[in-house]
Design a protein around this ligand. Sequence first.
Ligand SMILES: CC(C)(COP(=O)(O)OP(=O)(O)OC[C@H]1O[C@@H](n2cnc3c(N)ncnc32)[C@H](O)[C@@H]1OP(=O)(O)O)[C@@H](O)C(=O)NCCC(=O)NCCS
Length: 154
Amino acid sequence: MQIRSATPADVPQMSAFLMRPTELGKRTRPSGETFVLDYYINGPDKIRCTLAEEDGVVLGFQSIARAPEGNEFGVTPGWGIIGTHVNPDAARRGVGRALFPISLKAAQDAGLTDIDASIGADNPEGLAYYEAMGFRTYRTPAGKICKRYQLYSV
Ligand SMILES: CC(C)(COP(=O)(O)OP(=O)(O)OC[C@H]1O[C@@H](n2cnc3c(N)ncnc32)[C@H](O)[C@@H]1OP(=O)(O)O)[C@@H](O)C(=O)NCCC(=O)NCCS
């Protein structure tokens, strides 16, 4: 498995496997190539988007961005917002575990104090994943469980 920064050339594969949870009703955000390029690759608040690849196949990616004022997720401005997407064909093989230290380092380098992971309350694998990475529940808006990773105690 190779871990590297996501590039525009990865967009078709990233978009293709985001379509699957969308079709199953498990993803409500857009999945099209334009959204993937504009948000994950070129997003104005992007800190890093890291990708795992094997033999030219994208296994998964993880994005971390700085929460802007008035963000749609209700995350404290200045905190990190993390998202993880592993190709269903590559689930539970340690892809997510391999991606997180890279995002965490990027968060530290960017001076973040906290990272928010907003997860569907009906997404047990997402909840288990972030809990395993050290995130802990700190708020529960309707239908979601939001977990926080604290980088510094102030
Ligand atoms: C959640 C997700 C990112 C996990 O990625 P992954 O590469 O399969 O996870 P890993 O194999 O690295 O697992 C790391 C740890 O997370 C936990 N975990 C991951 N998937 C799990 C599952 N299905 N059930 C229980 N625990 C799970 C385990 O503690 C695991 O450690 P272990 O295998 O040593 O027990 C992946 O399933 C995914 O992309 N799901 C769809 C999108 C999503 O839900 N994103 C996150 C919420 S927005």
